[in-house]
Ligand binder design. Structure first.
Ligand code: UDP
Length: 338
């Protein structure tokens, strides 16, 4: 089966391409290379022993996208990762984020309709739940006003897909990721950092490597067991595998036009839990200080995963220790400049 993977050399995209290839699927990657490195294609080849098809395509350019679909007529399903995703940057550059994330999705759906491609898996985020009223949060929880233009693009894309599936033959599965972390066990692919990391785990690994002096923990006065925020951290390979489960479900189910699944472990860990887990997994002490809360942070969010476990027949399997070890191996690989 030929699976178009947009943003397929990014962090989650590249891990998904590897898992697709491991299972005999034929991924076709498109990426505009704005936030990704073409060398990832070589690394995927090193891991899988096979080179995936790659085309540089700017999805916001309808002519370019149409040309791509005209060249590759045998696409069976789409996994749509391509998006800009830096929350802070989206606050500073809302037009860039709205334009990029929405126009690319609109163009993609138009092409899917025109070229008669029916199935799409969309990368969404638990950010659509905002600060949930009930924990763990399930898929039926109310959608809250977005905290950033980035979060809003995820919500609007969900709406676009929902409305489109109602009146076309397109069927979709929206996967709401919680906090993907870690890297492939080979340390050949992982999350590239451009400048100072905003996310917790790269900040921890860069502090461990000496690149950063200390981790700043944003607030310890939340209403949580140790006062720091709770999140549902999940291994990126578990997230990748869920996409294959979603593709397989789309191919067998005829009834459901649109479905939504949470991708998490179901466990909420605090920031301090994560620091301890890193220290235990690697034996390296993390220098940290408690500072003021970060504006816009949600106090606690973790997933009710029962729907995904049952309907996708999928479960996050990798432990926190594996997440931390792989993140650290990846950081060391980056440090070597490989
Ligand atoms: N965090 C922190 N220091 C950092 C980065 C993040 O204390 O340098 C905290 C942040 O306040 C949040 C948690 O770690 O409670 C996860 O943050 P991240 O940005 O990784 O994910 P998100 O906020 O998008 O869930």
């Amino acid at each position: 089966m030929n699976i178009l993977v947009t943003g397929g050399i990014g962090y989650i995209g590249s891990h998904t391409v590897v898992e697709l290839m491991n299972r005999g699927y034929n991924p076709i990657i498109i990426d505009n290379l704005v936030n990704s490195d073409i060398e990832v294609v070589d690394r995927i080849e090193k891991i899988t022993g096979k080179r995936p098809v790659f085309e540089k395509v700017e999805m916001c350019n309808m002519d370019e996208l149409r040309n791509f679909f005209t060249k590759y007529l045998q696409i069976d399903a789409v996994i749509h990762f391509a998006a800009l995703l830096a929350v802070n940057e989206s606050v500073e550059k809302p037009l860039l984020y709205y334009h990029n994330n929405l126009v690319s999705t609109l163009n993609l759906l138009q092409c899917m309709q025109d070229f008669n491609i029916k199935d799409i898996v969309f990368s969404s985020s638990c950010t659509v739940y905002g600060e949930p009223d009930i924990l763990p949060v399930d898929e039926f929880a109310p959608i809250k006003p977005a905290m950033s233009p980035y979060g809003n693009t995820k919500k609007i894309c969900e709406d676009i897909l929902t409305d489109t599936t109602k009146v076309t033959e397109i069927r979709s599965i929206l996967l709401r990721y919680f906090n993907p972390i870690g890297a492939h066990e080979t340390a050949l692919i992982g999350e590239f950092q451009d400048g100072v990391p905003h996310h917790l785990i790269p900040y921890i690994t860069e502090t461990a490597s000496g690149k950063r002096e200390k981790l700043r923990i944003f607030g310890n006065d939340y209403n949580t067991p140790d006062g720091t925020c709770l999140r549902d951290y999940i291994h990126v390979v578990d997230i990748a595998i869920a996409h294959i489960a979603a593709i397989e479900r789309l191919k067998i189910s005829n009834e459901n036009k649109i479905e939504v699944f949470n991708l998490g472990t179901g466990i909420g860990y605090s920031v301090l839990d994560m620091v301890n887990a890193f220290e235990n997994a690697t034996g390296i002490k993390i220098n940290y200080e408690i500072v003021a809360r970060r504006p816009g942070d949600v106090e606690a969010v973790y997933a009710d995963t029962r729907l995904a476990n049952k309907e996708l027949n999928w479960k996050a399997e990798r432990t926190l220790e594996e997440m931390m070890r792989s993140a650290w191996e990846w950081e060391k690989m980056l440090g070597k400049g490989k």
